[in-house]
Design a protein around this ligand. Structure first.
Ligand SMILES: Cc1cc2nc3c(=O)[nH]c(=O)nc-3n(C[C@H](O)[C@H](O)[C@H](O)COP(=O)(O)OP(=O)(O)OC[C@H]3O[C@@H](n4cnc5c(N)ncnc54)[C@H](O)[C@@H]3O)c2cc1C
Length: 509
């Protein structure tokens, strides 16, 4: 993956079959799908791949136990099928993980066992392991920090887990291998029309050159997540917003505070939702919340109330009481939920996706889940191809292996110095991300190629100057660039710290 080469392809190609705007799960999935079918495909992401919601998920590949409780069998079944496909196609990035739901009353033990048996049954022959009941002793053995007082046992079941921003890079890389042009830091600013129909878009390089491109495309897909309305309004100033952003946050703590290989599902929080505590990359990720926010922002920040909510609910199920100072990092993301008439509470809005076609032909896809990105991509590419009267071709993504670019052994032999004494990341990882994974800003490395900002905000700040210097050497940047990157990253990192409470009041509904 080389950004200069991708930009050159963008300059050289006079006309594309499909232009995709937005480089999160949905857009990258669509780029891979379209390129895999042989369409001439361009994807433009205005920031970095996965900068939006797609790096801020709970990192679960799941049918959604909660949606089962809501009776949405079709959504659950479709997602369970996709769970299996993703685990098979991205073996380096995704794995099955056992969950335990601890229970404190006998009848609930049966209730949850039955529910999770149905969940397992719905996955049919694609099951990852059988749901079973556990005694209190077995729960404690697997999950030593669980609240023991009143524990009646537990239910064990299986789901999938993955590295979300890692999968974004794997999708971008694989799409490029399939013939797509995929570029980060290029924003769509407006559309090109002929006789009232969209025939392309104007794009601008967001980095130093600010170069603009007038791109012709037979079909244009808007896959900008919570920002979908902005492009729909650019296309039609009378457009009424369809996306309702809902914020969810996660706290990250050291694994010693909640040891074990099993994730915990807390079945009912004080606001009637579920909460997960999941081992991930040597830490434990706890989340999430569901808070309606008025406007979509690129860098959402956790509210103080959301942090308290997670700590309180987690502590009810945990022997060792978590304190605010135990939190190594906080991250917030926005769900692109689709508005429904008469539904105010975002927790009640369906996690299903929606595809819309405007009068001018702009195709917008939003909503959904990471787990179902492939299915969403298949649907939107078929729609785009039909609308643009491109030759009809079948989707191949069910069988395309997803991998990040290979690591050069020589790089790892020569630059094995660790970046931080507590973490396994090395200088070679930084160089690899610059050479082969299109990392161009300090944040790209520390937040999404390596996950240090999401794992340990303080450690990320400590290594930032060294990483910026390594990048400067590789990219040939100036001294000013180094200090500007460090300042920008330091400001960004405030929002990932428990202390960074420039946090406004939340409206839990
Ligand atoms: C808290 C939380 C937890 C979640 N947990 C899970 C989970 O465990 N499992 C699961 O399956 N799903 C989960 N999800 C849902 C999942 O993360 C989202 O459905 C998915 O990431 C949405 O991807 P997207 O590509 O539609 O949006 P995004 O990832 O937001 O991508 C949109 C992209 O468009 C870009 N963009 C915007 N405007 C422009 C423009 N003008 N030009 C170019 N680019 C532009 C943005 O920079 C952004 O990168 C979770 C979501 C949240 C918020």
């Amino acid at each position: 993956m080389n950004r200069a080469a991708q930009l050159e392809q963008l300059r050289q190609c006079p006309r594309w079959d499909i232009l995709i705007i937005g480089g999160g799960a949905t857009g990258l999935g669509a780029a891979l799908d379209a390129a895999g079918r042989g369409y001439k495909t361009l994807l433009a992401e205005r920031a970095d791949f996965g900068k939006g919601t797609s790096s801020r998920s709970t990192k679960l590949i799941h049918g959604g136990v909660r949606y089962l409780e809501q009776g949405n069998i079709k959504l659950v079944q479709g997602a369970l099928r996709e769970r299996w496909t993703l685990l098979r196609n991205a073996p380096d990035l995704a794995r099955p993980i056992p969950f335990i739901l601890p229970v404190y009353s006998q009848w609930k033990r049966w209730y949850y066992w039955l529910g999770l048996k149905i969940y397992d049954f719905l996955s049919g022959h694609l099951s990852l392991g059988h749901t079973r009941m556990l005694s209190p002793e077995q729960v404690i053995q697997h999950m030593p920090a669980v609240q023991r007082r009143g524990l009646k046992g537990g239910v064990m079941y299986y789901d999938g887990q993955f590295d979300d921003s890692g999968l974004c890079i794997a999708l971008a890389h694989t799409a490029i291998q399939q013939g797509a042009t995929v570029v980060n830091y290029v924003a769509a600013e407006g559309f090109l029309y002929e006789n009232g129909r969209i025939v392309g878009a104007t794009l601008r390089n967001q980095l130093a050159s600010q170069e603009t491109f007038a791109v012709q495309a037979a079909a244009v897909i808007n896959a900008t997540g919570v920002f979908a309305d902005t492009l729909m309004q650019a296309d039609n100033p009378r457009h009424q917003p369809v996306v309702r952003p809902s914020q969810g946050i996660h706290l990250v703590i050291d694994a010693e505070l909640f040891p074990g290989q099993h994730a915990m599902l807390i079945p009912r929080t004080t606001d009637g939702r579920v909460l997960f505590a999941v081992p991930w990359m040597g830490k434990v990720v706890i989340g999430t919340t569901d808070v309606q926010v008025e406007a979509a922002v690129e860098e959402p920040v956790a509210h103080a109330e959301e942090i308290d909510f997670i700590i309180q609910n987690f502590n009810q199920y945990c022997n060792a009481q978590l304190r605010r100072q135990d939190v190594r990092a906080v991250f917030a993301g926005l769900r692109p939920l689709v508005r429904r008439q008469g539904v105010q509470n975002t927790a009640k809005l369906l996690r299903d996706h929606t595809t819309m076609v405007s009068d001018s032909g702009l195709i917008t896809i939003t909503g959904g889940k990471w787990t179902t990105y492939r299915q969403m991509a298949k649907e939107v590419v078929s729609k785009a191809a039909a609308q643009a009267q491109l030759p009809r071709r079948p989707c191949h993504t069910r069988h395309i292996l997803l991998r990040r670019p290979d690591k050069e052994p020589s790089l790892y032999a020569e630059h094995g110095q660790p970046l931080h004494p507590r973490y396994a990341y090395t200088e070679a990882d930084v160089l690899h991300a610059v050479h082969s994974e299109m990392a161009v800003q300090l944040e790209d490395i520390l937040a999404r190629r390596l996950r240090l900002l999401f794992l340990d905000q303080q450690a990320a700040l400590e290594v930032a100057p060294r990483v910026a210097r390594l990048m400067q050497r590789e990219l040939g940047c100036t001294e000013d660039w180094v200090s500007e990157q460090i300042t920008r990253f330091t400001n960004l990192a405030v929002g990932y710290s428990i202390a960074g409470e420039a946090r406004s009041a939340a409206s839990h509904d």
